[in-house]
Design a protein around this ligand. Structure first.
Ligand SMILES: [Zn+2]
Length: 287
């Protein structure tokens, strides 16, 4: 799916900016949905050989290489473990001062900006303050609340809304049940992730089991305890267990069970502090 369809309003906004040739040099993109696609499209606009009224053509060699993350002047940095280290950024900036690049322009994308070390952020943002600088920086984060204030104040912050309606439509068109599509659309931050979950038979089965559990929670405690026995084998690893808590919360909020949703929140905290999955689920019933 193209960025114009993923984020139509933001696409229009940036198309105007490109037509006026007035793109800022540093952005913080908050919220995952379509953020990387947008950053790549804007990167294309910096390198495209046949711009169409300021917009990238999408066809030329440069556009194709950027789309494939394979262009020499595009640098995508990801966290090395828990942080993006200052040395990673220093190495990058050092390479800019060396020859061998296709143009003077450079585009840097930092995927996981909340993991940027303050010194790394400073070194990076300083590089665009030179008047002749042709460096464009896109910082991507799932949540701007986790990003340092010093970074936010020096970038233009753009919030990418989660487009649940677009995800739902896409899944339904591809054969997913409407109720499953609605749930999945609230869980994910990208269309790829949504399609992946919708195509996972065992995940869809586990949704059914969670729905039973959510229903049992409003009835007899004994029944809810029995449902837990059915649930535990379906969620074996930490990642799927995390999803289970998210799904349960969504289901209970839909049923207007605020108190139970609050219990899930507390149970999830126990689980995060290494209480096992089953005992954490039991906390939801015990309150
Ligand atoms: Zn092009």
């Amino acid at each position: 799916m193209k960025i114009a369809e993923l984020q139509p309003e933001l696409f229009e906004r940036f198309a105007r900016v490109l037509k006026q040739d007035s793109l800022h040099h540093a952005f913080l993109f908050s919220g995952g949905f379509g953020a990387m696609e947008m950053a790549l499209w804007l990167a294309q606009s910096r390198f495209c050989r046949s711009l169409q009224a300021g917009l990238p053509c999408g066809q030329c060699r440069e556009c194709r290489l950027v789309a494939a993350n394979d262009f020499t002047d595009l640098h995508i940095v990801k966290p090395d473990g828990q942080t993006i280290k200052t040395q990673q950024i220093r190495d990058l900036l050092l390479t800019f001062s060396q020859s061998g690049f296709e143009s003077n322009r450079q585009v840097v994308m930092i995927d996981g900006a909340e993991k940027l070390h303050p010194n790394a952020a400073n070194a990076l943002l300083k590089s665009i303050e030179e008047p002749e600088s042709e460096i464009y920086i896109f910082l991507l984060t799932a949540s701007e609340n986790m990003v340092l204030e010093t970074i936010k104040s020096r970038t233009q912050v753009i919030t990418f809304p989660n487009q649940t309606a677009i995800i739902q439509d896409d899944l339904i068109q591809n054969g997913t049940l409407k109720t499953d599509a609605a749930l999945i659309s609230e869980l994910v931050t990208s269309l790829d992730e949504a399609r992946c979950l919708a195509g996972d038979k065992s995940f869809l089965d586990s949704i059914k089991q969670l729905e039973k559990f959510a229903k049992a929670l409003t009835g007899q405690a004994d029944d809810a305890f029995l449902q837990i026995m059915q649930l535990v084998p379906l969620f074996k690893d930490k990642k799927s267990q995390g999803l289970a808590f998210q799904l349960l919360t969504i289901l209970l909020v839909k049923q207007r069970q605020a108190k139970l949703a609050q219990n899930v929140f507390i149970a999830q905290r126990y689980w995060r502090s290494n209480v096992n999955f089953q005992a954490s689920l039991e906390k939801i019933i015990l309150g």
